[in-house]
Ligand binder design. Structure first.
Ligand SMILES: [Fe+2]
Ligand SMILES: [Fe+2]
Length: 213
């Protein structure tokens, strides 16, 4: 419980910082148009990020379905779940704003997320946390790669800046989820190394597929 109390204020503060990001996406009349190349690149990014946030939302939903009766764990899971809901809203809005074709596999991301969340939770609290640790490790790196790609666009543009700020805010939250999972004994899960390797590979494969389909 102590660890939950320690983590909660950090999470709330971070979530507010994302909300403030959401007001800067309006296109300025003086802003340049995105190039065709930039549009292609950011469409892929937004599609894969929306898919990832769908998966994350359903992972926490699956964890809560199994561990929701635990009075110590439920508040922590619900705080992280709320943040994933907010991330998903941000990318849903970006999909609309940039007229991105969403992934055709959304039902798969939903089912797979729930299955991974619920099945690891059935293995115990530590395995649920090991799942979060593994997923957020991959997603944190994925968002960092996107930020490097966005920084390579040297010509300033308000939409690119907004996307960078959104990705950066989500990345900070995902890394915080990672740290919370480690603090809650993720590395004491049975077969931690194997479990972590399988989940990480699954996440990497999902990212590769969602960027394309
Ligand atoms: Fe997220
Ligand atoms: Fe997360």
């Amino acid at each position: 419980m102590l660890a939950i109390r320690r983590a909660s204020p950090i999470i709330v503060k971070s979530c507010r910082s994302i909300s403030t990001v959401h007001n800067v996406s309006k296109v300025s009349p003086n802003d340049r148009d995105l190039t065709q190349y930039e549009k292609v690149v950011i469409s892929r990014m937004i599609r894969v990020d929306q898919s990832g946030e769908v998966g994350a939302y359903y992972i926490y939903k699956g964890q809560i379905a199994v561990l929701g009766e635990d009075p110590k764990l439920r508040p922590l899971l619900e705080i992280m779940w709320d943040q994933e809901k907010h991330h998903l809203e941000l990318f849903d809005n970006l999909v609309g704003e940039h007229r991105v074709r969403p992934s055709l596999l959304r039902p798969i991301w939903e089912a797979a997320g729930f299955l991974v969340g619920a099945s690891t939770a059935l293995m115990g609290k530590e395995a649920a946390m090991a799942c979060t640790e593994a997923v957020e490790t991959v997603i944190g790196k994925h968002y960092n790669e996107q930020l490097r790609e966005l920084r390579a666009f040297r010509n300033p543009n308000r939409q690119l800046d907004y996307l960078s700020k959104t990705v950066s805010s989500c990345r900070d939250d995902e890394l915080e989820h990672h740290d919370i999972a480690v603090d809650h004994n993720a590395r004491q899960a049975p077969f931690h190394s194997l479990l972590s390797a399988v989940i990480k590979q699954g996440c990497k494969s999902a990212i590769w597929i969602a960027a394309r389909v």
